[in-house]
Design a protein. Structure first.
Length: 159
């Protein structure tokens, strides 16, 4: 078998000199993040999903939160100084990000969007995010990621 193909996310991390490890799994189609975390034996509170939203201004935003949590749209809007935000429709994910549903990650998109990571990640030494394609997870430092993409940590989940 040949060398594993790197995703845009991995190339970005390499270029930014951010250490990461890759974990792969077999998956023919999208499955939710909870199932992926359980299949790989990853703690749910250390496995984050990537959600894309657009604000009233027309801008797009990226939100990372633990896979078992729900995004609070009011908190998310406040975190990016918008009156309101709506999640991007599934059919538009590839067009906007360059990634497919289930493989979307905050790094290596067509354009770098303002990114907000849930505050719980700030205390984690490492966490898991999508690696840029279905079947690939990346484990890295949340603080290094946020620094590299000029993101920030905020409370964005529903209670």
């Amino acid at each position: 078998m040949g060398k594993e193909l790197k995703t845009n996310a991995m190339r970005f991390l390499d270029k930014s000199k951010i250490e990461y490890t890759v974990q792969t799994y077999h998956c023919a189609e999208f499955i939710d993040g909870i199932h992926v975390a359980e299949m790989l034996g990853q703690p749910l509170d250390e496995t984050f999903k990537t959600l894309i939203a657009h604000g009233r201004s027309g801008s797009y935003y990226c939100f990372l939160l633990p896979v078992a949590q729900e995004l609070d749209l009011k908190k998310a809007a406040k975190s990016v100084e918008e009156k309101s935000v709506e999640l991007l429709h599934v059919k538009d994910i590839t067009k906007v990000t360059g990634y497919v549903r289930g493989g979307c990650t905050p790094i290596g998109m067509k354009k770098q969007f303002m990114t907000v990571v849930h505050a719980s990640a700030e205390e984690l030494p490492l966490f898991y995010i999508s690696g840029g394609r279905i079947g690939t997870q990346i484990r890295l430092s949340p603080k290094e990621l946020v620094k590299a993409i000029n993101g920030r940590f905020e409370d964005i989940i529903s209670l």
